[in-house]
Ligand binder design. Sequence first.
Ligand code: HEM
Length: 456
Amino acid sequence: MAESISATPVGLSRPQKSPEEIFEAVRAREASLSRLLMAYISSGLVFMLFPGTFLGVWNLIQISGRESLASISAAWIQAHGHAQVFGWVGSFIFGIGYYSIPKLRGGEKGTFAAAWLCWVMWTLGVALRWFANVYSWEWRVLLPISSVLELAAFGIFFHAVSQHRPAEGGKRKLEPWIWVVVGASLGLFLVLLANGALSVYVAVFGRSPEIPHGVDQRYLALMGWGFLAPFVWGFSAKWASVFLGLKPARPGLLLLAVGVSFLGILLVFAGSVKVATVFFAVAAGMAIRALRMWEPAERKPKTRGVHPTFPFFVRMAYGWMLAAALLGVSAAQWDSSGGIWGASRHALTVGFVALMVLSVGQRILPAFAGMRLLWSTNLMFAALALLSLGCALRVSCEILAYQNYATWAWRILPASAVLELGGITAFAINILGTFVFEPSHAAKQPIVAGIQQGLA
Ligand code: HEM
């Protein structure tokens, strides 16, 4: 954010305007920016709750009732995954990405219009995919349309973000964490390209709107270790050391971790899955070391306005990431049911990605959405605790039940899903409560100071 702040023109280049007019212009621009951010975050929350988590819980209840993963529709499982990864996480990334672009802070009308067009195309694209998968209605047409809309939205977003330049007069080099996010954006682009190609393939040759199992597993590896994990690493490099008071990250090592992860993906596509999982585990360990996530903090964490357990949950999320990688290594050796693979994926998507979004999201989104305070810090704790408990039960019992190690574990799985649903719902209520009930302080103080304070 420091760059966007220092690059903010704040109207100072127009001395003919009175200070009141300048202040009003800045206030109006900031209000438009917050509206845009809230649109992305709200649609992300809707995808997370209904098409994502509710469908996930329903799927798990069905699987547990029939004691078999194979008994339910793969199209429904994929609809759930698509809504969570693109509808929720993708919308959040776009919203926060747009919020941080200096060009939008400069108030350029064209860029604003493009950002709204991007939102419409992305939201429609993800919604169509979910609808086609769940209802099997006109899916041969809707699948390709949805993927084209998503790719086009990404193109608009990427065009805006690629205009991002270092601050005038500052060092001409981009900060290292931005390169990690660039790597993750390349991963997102590749996932969307793969999704487009698979959608066309399924539309032409498929008998139902589902991606065939073998290729879906490869696609999921790309999604997890080429897009989701590197994105969280990049944002952690930017924010975690500030919020948790950690020693400065080791950027070279983090970039190397991204490289090792991408090599792992190449190995997956070359058919060497066992070796690839070792690469992912090494990349995960390198990322933890690079971010100094588990080293003692050198400053007090910044927990004003959030629950004091916030740093604990961020560190725990990185524990889930390592568990996901190690479970991947075990799955490549011993999985016979999809249970260890599922546990590994769940540790990554819920334990790592969702726990990070719930932790850091409640830290930064209130400030971004017009300098608000988080609605309830207790609700934040409830969200993080429920999600963590649900995830621990799910990951352990998924292995025990699916692999046939213990039949009692089937009875725990629905409860784990309900706990996770509780955590996700508490998060959504807290963010929407913040948007609706907490007053915006943006009008009362100069916005640049406001944003700095929000991050302080
Ligand atoms: C919070 C509660 C959640 C529940 C109850 C849930 C449930 C499920 C279930 C039952 C499956 C089927 C495979 C298996 O049994 O392991 C699945 C797959 C999947 N889930 Fe979730 N999930 C949840 C959250 C999430 C989140 C937060 C994400 C992503 C950010 C996610 C992404 C995925 C993906 C990508 C798949 C694989 C889809 C495919 O096979 O193509 N899930 N989930």
